[in-house]
Design a protein around this ligand. Structure first.
Ligand code: SF4
Length: 370
C-alpha cells in the first residue's frame, strides 16, 4: 500500500493557530504553482514507474480555494503519470467558507470520492477567535452539498474557554450533518503563532482540562456510533481513512508540492518550504528536495512501535518480525517491561489499553530512550 499527497498552499487568511506552509496573500500564483505541480507529478511518475498507489490526498493550505479545474487537471496528471490501484481513495480537504456546488461537481468528475471538511467548532465566536474564514452556516451549506458522500469533519478541542458541552454539541452537529468520519484534534499552540501568545498568557485550557474535553468528546462519539481507530480519529464501521492508515502502518508515500515530504525505499525526503524556490527548481528541471535521509534501523523500529501504538489495531509481532527479523519485545525489553501495565495483548497483537490511548505519548517516551 502506498499513497500520494499533494500540497496546495493557498489560504484566504492565516488562522491564528496555523504553522502549516500556507500563503494567505499569494493566490495570484496559483496557476503558475499548479503548472509546476503538474511538472513535478510527471518527474516523480517517471522515477516511480512500476509502483502502485492506493490513495491520493489533496491537502493544504486550502485546496478548495483554487479554481476546481486545477484540481481536475492535477488528478488527470496523476492518472497519466502514476499507476493507481483498482479503487483508489481520493480525498480533498475543504474549508467550508470556500465551496460551491460547481466545485464539488468538478471534484467528483475528477474522481474525488472522499471529502475532509474543517468544521472545528459549532460556535461562530470560537471560529472567529481561531481566525477561521467560515461560519457554522457555511459548514451546514457545504455538507448539504455532500449528502450521501463519504466525508469527514475536523473538530478541535482545547479552545479558549471551551466547555465539555460545547465539544459534545460540535460532535453532534458533525454527526448530524452526515459525516462518516470525525477527526478530533487538540489545538496545539505552535511557537510563533498568535495562539502561542494566548498559551503563554495562560488563556488556554491546561493538559488535564484538554484531557477532560477529549473524554467528553469520545463519550459522545461512542454514543453516536463512531468507533475510535486512532487516538484522534473516529468513524462509522468501514469508513477509516485509508490514506492515514498507510502513514500509521509505515507505508510508503510520495509528497508533491511545496513543503511536502515523502517516505520511499527506506528514505525520508522533504521539498523546499519556499514557494519561489519550489517553482524555480521545477522550472529548471530539478526536483525541489532540500532534505533527504536514510532511516536508520533503530529509528525505523521505533517508528513502527510509535505509529502502530497510536491505532486501535496496535502492533503485530509477526509483522515486526517480517520487517526487521527480530522480536520487538526483546528489542525494546526494558520499555516493554515498564509499560506492560498499560498494554493489552490479543494473540499476536499488542496495543495500548483504550483508557490510556490518549496519553500514549507518555507511554511511548519509554521506547524512545531504550
Ligand atoms: S485554513 Fe488551514 S492551512 Fe489555511 S491558515 Fe487555516 S489552518 Fe492554516
Amino acid at each position: 500500500m502506498a499513497g500520494i499527497y499533494l500540497h496546495i498552499p493557498f489560504c484566504k487568511q492565516k488562522c491564528r493557530y496555523c504553522d502549516f506552509t500556507s500563503f494567505p496573500n499569494r493566490l495570484s500564483f496559483a496557476e503558475a504553482y499548479m503548472a509546476c505541480l503538474y511538472k513535478e507529478i510527471e518527474m516523480r511518475g517517471k522515477q516511480l514507474e512500476g509502483m502502485t498507489f492506493d490513495t491520493v490526498y489533496f491537502g493544504g493550505g486550502t485546496p478548495s480555494l483554487i479554481p476546481p479545474e486545477y484540481i481536475y487537471g492535477a488528478m488527470k496528471q496523476i492518472v497519466r503519470c502514476f499507476s493507481l490501484g483498482k479503487r483508489p481513495e481520493v480525498t480533498i480537504e475543504m474549508n467550508p467558507g470556500t465551496v460551491s456546488e460547481q466545485k464539488i461537481a468538478t471534484y467528483k468528475r475528477a474522481g474525488i470520492n472522499r471529502f475532509s471538511v474543517g468544521l472545528q467548532t459549532a460556535y461562530d465566536e470560537q471560529l472567529r477567535e481561531l481566525g477561521r474564514v467560515h461560519t457554522v452556516r457555511d459548514y451546514l451549506y457545504c455538507t448539504s452539498l455532500l449528502k450521501g458522500e463519504n466525508f469527514s469533519a475536523d473538530v478541535m478541542i482545547g479552545l479558549k474557554g471551551q466547555t465539555a458541552d460545547e465539544v459534545q454539541k460540535t460532535i453532534a452537529l458533525a454527526a448530524g450533518s452526515g459525516a462518516k468520519h470525525i477527526s478530533m484534534y487538540a489545538l496545539t499552540p505552535e511557537d510563533g503563532t498568535p495562539v502561542y501568545t494566548d498559551y503563554l498568557n495562560g488563556e488556554l485550557p491546561d493538559a488535564d482540562e484538554v484531557a477532560a474535553l477529549y473524554d467528553a468528546g469520545y463519550a459522545k462519539l461512542k454514543e453516536l456510533g463512531f468507533y475510535r481507530y486512532e487516538v484522534s480519529n473516529f468513524c462509522r464501521e468501514g469508513y477509516e481513512s485509508r490514506h492515514n492508515l498507510n502513514y500509521w502502518r509505515r507505508g510508503e508515500y510520495i509528497g508533491l508540492g511545496v513543503s511536502a515530504s515523502s517516505f520511499s525505499c527506506g528514505k525520508r525526503f522533504t521539498n523546499t518550504f519556499d514557494l519561489d524556490e519550489y517553482m524555480k527548481c521545477i522550472l529548471s528541471g530539478f526536483l525541489p528536495v532540500i532534505e533527504s535521509e536514510d532511516v536508520a534501523e533503530q529509528d525505523a523500529k521505533f517508528e513502527f512501535i510509535m505509529l502502530g501504538m497510536r491505532t486501535a489495531y496496535g502492533i503485530s509481532s509477526a509483522e515486526y518480525r517480517a520487517q526487521f527479523g527480530s522480536d520487538w519485545k526483546q528489542d525494546f525489553k526494558e520499555a516493554y517491561e515498564k509499560t506492560k501495565a498499560y498494554l493489552e495483548e490479543a494473540g499476536d497483537v499488542t496495543r495500548i489499553k483504550g483508557e490510556y490511548l490518549y496519553v500514549q505519548n507518555q507511554i511511548l517516551t519509554e521506547y524512545m530512550v531504550d
